[in-house]
Design a protein around this ligand. Structure first.
Ligand SMILES: [Zn+2]
Length: 566
């Protein structure tokens, strides 16, 4: 790795009324010294000292170069050689959804909490025993690929342990759920219920529902679930802020959220509970949603450095775990006719995209299968041309099966990818269902860099854990959890490249490269102190990195308790 050291002190140049004037560095609020500051600026700079004032970086240098920045009021932080990185950015989370399931006390049926359907049945039986009949039992996080039985949970499994309580268990992918007979009955789902557009009611040989509901079919149950307490969203936003800061995320994008959830974020911000920065991505599930969004009169970027509107989010297809991603033939292994689902007709998708983009919204659309990605790119191409957009930064969320043909189009259209490095580890076992050729092009990273495609990174929490260190490690190692196999080793990238996905590229995807993504004078003082030199540790250590301190706008918002620092 080539590192360029700065021997000169870089001083923040403030723009005066007539000309740019180099301001003298003095009276800093905070000075970091004796650090190993990985700035993530162009050229891979490492620096030793950094001055912060009014929430922004004032100057960066080496040795005693910033001595003049210090006054009696300056707080000095001696790093004793510890590593500092820019605050990390996750452009694809469902943190509200995840944290609310914790707040509601839903049963955790995810790996590694449970390992079999038998264990899930036991947990449901215990909950049923503690609740009056008729009350809902909810759980989230199960993954058939990590259960001993290696199959979906059905109503028969759940009826045995919960005949009198409706049960609804959401899969880790978020693209399917298992319901028991009591829940199906409440939703009037029977043999004759047709599949909704973009969804599947799974059926057995005799045509009876198995209890497995995929994609939009989940809505048949979800509209019946009991309402949440009024303050759940604001409480969730507070918890999100804490959980993000703890793992080193200083900016998250919360995707496909409702108006109540946006209100929760704003209330948390008003109360001073939101210590990290959030981009909120409103949902577009219909043309009417797009029209409503356009009529609001605000668009992407509205807000401030703490809380703002991000891109408008749509879904084109389903999930790999539900086997509903839209692919070209051949179909899923063992289900040759399964080419997945498309949630929109091409004409409607383009209409919704056009309405939102014309109103100033950046677009991000979930598309995992190559057929879905093509549909989205067709629509993006038409909208970009119709509106004459130059710096649109439209995003494909996931782009799971990113073949050379897909990548060529991404590059030509200048479309960004919200990739998911941790998927290779946590859910890489799902890729095999789509055949070896598709495994080769599943969630690539190296070829994006080679083809000039900008990828930012997302955990998609709760699909994978919130900690970005899983993704940074997985981008470098590409090891799959169960087999330990390296998937598409050609797509492994370096630690520095992986960090770029979580810093500079995340800032770019959110139109924030002028204020975030690198530690440079003038940018926001969002940074983290970690417990090891991440550029020089062994690959497998990357997933064990501990964040010691997190700063947002120069303010310490997290400090690891002494007993867990070592
Ligand atoms: Zn998602």
């Amino acid at each position: 790795m080539k590192q360029r050291r700065w021997f000169a002190v870089v001083i923040l140049a403030t723009v005066g009324s007539a000309s740019a004037v180099a301001e003298v560095c003095r009276d800093a609020d905070l000075l970091l010294k004796r650090g190993h500051i990985v700035t993530m600026g162009e050229g891979g700079t490492i620096s030793e000292t950094m001055a912060v004032r009014d929430g922004r970086i004032l100057a960066i240098g080496d040795g005693d170069a910033l001595a003049d920045c210090v006054s009696a009021r300056t707080q000095v932080l001696d790093l004793e050689g510890r590593t500092v990185l820019p605050g990390l950015i996750d452009v694809h989370t469902h943190t509200m959804e995840w944290v609310k399931s914790l707040v509601r006390g839903e049963i955790d049926v995810g790996y590694p909490s449970v390992h079999s359907i038998a264990e899930i049945e036991q947990a449901v039986a215990e909950r049923a025993a503690a609740l009056p009949p008729g009350q809902w039992i909810r759980a989230a996080g199960w993954d058939d690929a990590k259960l001993t039985e290696r199959r979906y949970i059905t109503r028969h499994d759940l009826d045995r342990v919960s005949p009198n309580h409706p049960v609804y268990l959401v899969h880790v992918s978020g693209h399917l759920a298992a319901a028991n007979s009591a829940a199906l009955k409440l939703a009037h789902i029977g043999k004759d219920t047709p599949d909704p557009q973009g969804g599947v009611i799974e059926r057995d040989q005799s045509g009876e529902p198995t209890g497995v509901l995929k994609d939009t079919a989940m809505g048949l149950i979800e509209t019946l679930l009991p309402g949440d307490p009024a303050d759940i969203n604001v409480r969730a936003a507070k918890l999100i802020s804490e959980k993000a800061a703890e793992v080193g995320l200083t900016t998250i994008h919360d995707i496909f959220i409702s108006s109540e959830e946006m209100r929760g974020y704003q209330q948390a911000r008003d109360r001073g509970w939101l210590e990290i920065r959030v981009q909120m991505s409103p949902r577009i599930g219909s043309i009417a949603d797009a029209e409503k969004l356009a009529q609001m009169g605000v668009h992407t970027g509205f807000g401030d450095d703490r809380l703002k509107f991000g891109a408008a989010k749509m879904f084109a297809d389903g999930g790999m775990g539900a086997r509903t991603i839209a692919i070209y033939p051949p179909g899923v292994i063992g289900e040759p006719n399964n080419l997945g689902v498309l949630r929109w007709s091409p004409a409607d998708m383009q209409k919704a995209h056009f309405i939102a983009a014309a109103a100033g919204w950046q677009l991000e659309t979930h598309a995992i299968g190559d057929r879905a990605i093509d549909e989205v790119l067709d629509s993006y191409a038409a909208v970009i041309q119709q509106l004459g957009l130059k710096d649109h930064r439209f995003r494909i969320v996931h782009a799971g099966i990113s073949t050379p043909a897909v990548q060529k189009r991404l590059e030509e259209l200048n479309v960004l990818v919200d990739g998911n490095p941790p998927f290779v580890y946590w859910i890489g076992s799902w890729f095999a269902k789509y055949g070896p050729e598709r495994v080769r092009w599943s969630y690539p990273a190296k070829s994006y860099i080679e083809n000039g495609i900008i990828e930012a990174a997302g955990s998609d929490v709760p699909v994978t854990p919130i900690s970005p260190w899983w993704g940074i490690w997985a981008a470098v190692a590409r090891k799959e959890l169960e087999s330990g196999q390296v998937l598409a080793p050609e797509e492994r990238i370096s630690v520095e490249q992986a960090l770029t996905l979580y810093t500079r590229n995340g800032a770019y995807a959110g139109f924030e490269e002028h204020s975030k993504g690198a530690l440079e004078p003038g940018k926001l003082a969002d940074f983290i102190v970690v417990d090891r030199d991440v550029l020089h540790v062994s690959v497998d250590e990357l997933k064990e990195v501990k964040v010691l301190e997190t700063f947002v706008g120069g303010k310490k918002v997290y400090e690891r308790p002494a007993e867990t620092r070592k």
